[in-house]
Design a protein around this ligand. Structure first.
Ligand code: HGY
Ligand code: MN
Ligand code: MN
Ligand code: MN
Length: 385
């Protein structure tokens, strides 16, 4: 960001902001005179994340951070003079991997008191607290600083994120740009079952209450409730399933599941969450296990893109003679929370076979440069208004 001539700041949890205040000319008496810029106006922001889940790709998020910096450089090279400042944001911890909740940085920017409170006691899988992790990364260890991250509504006049589609539609239909109209509503749950465990050879089947089988039955129940929702837009995944003690000849005495379920329709998604809870309770009765934990980590509403931002992206794609398509985002993004602060929009580019969250994730130079050009032109339009 500094190499691109942006003034950089980092907040208490590692969100990184690079602001282009455009340039200024020496006015009479050597005073600063902004050349066309009104620096006190709300900035137009763009950005994404650079963190990734294990064994995944290198385009998810990164395209929207490096692409945003490149879009600003393109505007500078073209001699464009914005009326509003432009700001690039690299959000911290968009993936839930380390502290169990997605969009940690953008959630805080959007003012989540619940998250600020829970981070005071959160620990990661190696039992390192969030504050210690933040401190060792050079950020604040002081829990009172968490709410200093909150941004005021109106901080930005618009927020636009460039991202790979993480689905196959654009590539299948040979379309260059996706214009996101809405971001699906994500929810994540943590569930733990407990049984007596015991010797895999000596304990006869009627005497068992196998926590591993309880978890397996709940995983299949997640699939059933999702498929029964009546819509292809409902999805559910058990991405983490751990058994304790994890020995082949010991009946699992504990099981830990983490469930991700989403839908573009919030009500329908909430019904699935409720049914999963009912199934977990039913399994305790039929299998004689204890439900030692059932927590909804997050149950977020969908976000709707702003009409004016959609229009700006659409016009930019037309002026660049690129094909485009309106579409929903089934993946969540920092835009899901930035939409709580300002009008939001997203620009998708195709990715190889729609692959994402796996090493085969790939986007071509041509598609990435199309995305950067559309982003640059969109930022130019939004920052001239
Ligand atoms: O899971 C998601 O939708 C995002 O890629 N973190
Ligand atoms: Mn991701
Ligand atoms: Mn992402
Ligand atoms: Mn033995």
């Amino acid at each position: 960001m500094e190499l691109a001539g942006l003034s950089v700041r980092e907040d208490a949890v590692g969100n990184i902001f690079g602001r282009w205040l455009a340039w200024w000319l020496k006015g009479e008496g050597g005073r600063k005179r902004w050349d066309g810029l009104e620096p006190e106006l709300a900035a137009v922001a763009t950005g994404s994340h650079i963190d990734a889940i294990p064994y995944s790709g290198k385009y998810d998020g990164v395209v929207g951070v490096l692409g945003a910096i490149e879009a600003i450089r393109v505007l500078k090279r073209s001699g464009f003079k914005p009326r509003r400042p432009l700001e690039v944001i690299s959000f911290t911890s968009e993936e839930p991997t380390r502290f169990g909740i997605g969009c940690l940085g953008s959630r805080l920017l959007a003012g989540s008191e619940d998250l600020a409170n829970s981070l005071k006691t959160s620990t990661d899988i190696q039992n390192i607290s969030f504050l210690d992790a933040a401190g060792s990364a050079g950020y604040s260890k002081n829990e009172d600083d968490l709410s200093s991250v909150f941004l005021k509504k109106g901080t930005y006049s618009a927020f636009v994120e460039l991202h790979i589609e993480q689905g196959p539609i654009l590539e299948d239909e040979g379309i260059s740009i996706g214009i996101v109209t809405a971001i699906a509503a994500p929810a994540s749950l943590t569930v733990e079952f407990e049984g007596n465990g015991g010797h895999a050879g000596a304990a006869l089947m009627p005497n068992r209450n196998d926590a591993g089988l309880a978890a397996s039955e709940l995983a299949l129940a997640v699939e059933r409730h999702v498929l029964d929702s009546g819509s292809i837009d409902t999805v559910g995944t058990v991405g983490i399933l751990e058994l304790h003690p994890g020995a082949i000849n010991s009946i699992p005495s504990k099981s830990h599941l983490e469930i991700d379920t989403r839908d573009i329709d919030e009500e329908r998604r909430n019904k699935v969450v409720e049914k999963i809870h009912q199934s977990a309770i039913k399994i305790t009765k039929t299998r004689g296990v204890k439900l030692s934990d059932f927590r909804v980590i997050n149950q977020d509403p969908p976000a709707i893109s702003d009409e004016a931002v959609i229009k700006a992206v659409e016009t930019a794609t037309k002026e660049l003679n690129l094909t485009s398509k309106l579409m929903i985002s089934r993946a969540y993004h920092d835009s899901l929370f930035m939409a709580r602060l300002s009008p939001m929009g997203m620009i998708f580019i195709p990715c190889y076979k729609g692959y994402s969250h796996k090493p085969e994730e790939f986007a071509t130079i041509e598609d990435m440069s199309n995305g950067v050009k559309v982003l640059a032109l969109t930022l130019a339009k939004l920052s001239s208004q």
